[in-house]
Design a protein around this ligand. Structure first.
Ligand SMILES: Cc1cc2nc3c(=O)[nH]c(=O)nc-3n(C[C@H](O)[C@H](O)[C@H](O)COP(=O)(O)O)c2cc1C
Length: 311
């Protein structure tokens, strides 16, 4: 396994030590517990939980998933059991693992974000928070904040004032200038950026002329969005001096290396987990083998290797 490799896969993000730079994306690994009997969760670099909201959230009408060429549409819609159950059932369980956990926080108003983030921070059980201001599958809240860089920054300031653990802000690709949004949330006090969330999309059953998803539209993820995610990470890495966790269609270790080379310090695997929940561990091994082949001592050497013409 990766621990035996001679190269150093360990990284540090905002003071949090990760044994390797491969995490799992919010909403694609449950809250980890579901997979514990199948694989060694502690071999992951970190885990990003499903979005947690203050009250239980039933999510959207089924069907909620649809496979597309090179991708997947989902319209889960922030389904979760709410903060109280999350703290009692999930976070307490997760805290017994030697695994850094980013708790993903969502809300329908600034007050709700602040309350959920504050409560989680005060438990002392989470390594960091991931602020989901970018879910495309809810009718109100969420996405609203990341459409407007000023609102996103204002929310970050409010949340930062309530917490004592690092705050990562999850950006949507659904904006005209993602580097600008990143710079605004950085100035507002974000400790890191995670990116990207899914792209709003739609598919139709032409026999019945009906949408494939109960919610009509959903978020597109998977390999179809990977090159766009790479471009956006590249842009954001040049705009802010914060750690970046890059995600979007990572399917093989090569995609992970590519994402790091354009400036992400770590990567998170999402849709691929639905095909193979052990795939992130194979990606760890692939990165290690690549580093060895290239004669590199540390995975941090990969970060930001690709230079542009103007640099
Ligand atoms: C089924 C599904 C559920 C998701 N749920 C969440 C969620 O609750 N919160 C969130 O911030 N992102 C959520 N995402 C977005 C992923 O965390 C990730 O940002 C996105 O899927 C891009 O990565 P990928 O192409 O590797 O899947 C979800 C994605 C999928 C496919």
């Amino acid at each position: 396994m990766a621990e035996d490799k001679r190269v150093d896969l360990g990284i540090e993000l905002s003071g949090i030590r990760l044994r390797n730079p491969v995490l799992v994306c919010s909403g694609t690994y449950g809250n980890g517990r579901e997979y514990a009997e199948w694989l060694e969760l502690e071999a992951l670099g970190g885990l990003m939980t499903k979005s947690v909201t203050l009250a239980p959230c039933p999510g959207n009408a089924p069907p909620r998933l649809w496979e597309t060429p090179s991708g997947m549409l989902n319209s889960i819609g922030l389904e979760n059991a709410g903060l109280e159950r999350f703290l009692a059932d999930e976070l307490t369980w997760l805290s017994h693992l030697d695994l850094p956990v980013w708790v993903n926080v969502a809300g329908f108003s600034p007050e709700e974000y602040v309350e959920v983030a504050g409560e989680i921070s005060r438990t002392g059980l989470a390594a960091a928070l991931e602020l989901n201001i970018s879910c495309p599958n809810v009718k109100r809240g969420g996405i609203h904040f990341s459409h407007d860089a000023h609102e996103a920054a204002a929310l970050v300031e409010l949340v930062k004032a309530e917490i004592e653990i690092p705050l990562y802000v999850k950006l949507t690709p659904r904006c005209t200038d993602i580097a600008h949004t990143a710079a605004m949330v950085a100035a507002a006090g974000a400790d890191g950026i995670s990116m990207i969330n899914t792209f709003p999309a739609m598919a139709v059953d032409i026999e019945t002329a009906s949408p494939r998803l109960g919610n009509v539209t959903g978020g597109l993820s998977g390999p179809a969005i990977h090159p766009i995610a790479v471009r956006m990470v590249w842009e954001v890495a040049r705009a802010v001096d914060l750690p970046i966790i890059g995600m979007g269609g990572i399917w093989t270790w090569k995609d992970a290396v590519e994402m790091m080379m354009v400036g992400s310090d770590a990567v998170a695997v999402g849709t691929l987990n639905f095909a193979d929940p052990a795939a992130p561990l194979g990606i760890v091994d692939g990165i290690a083998a690549f580093l060895e082949r290239k004669g590199m001592d540390s995975v941090t050497e990969l970060v930001d290797m690709v230079r542009g013409e103007d640099e």
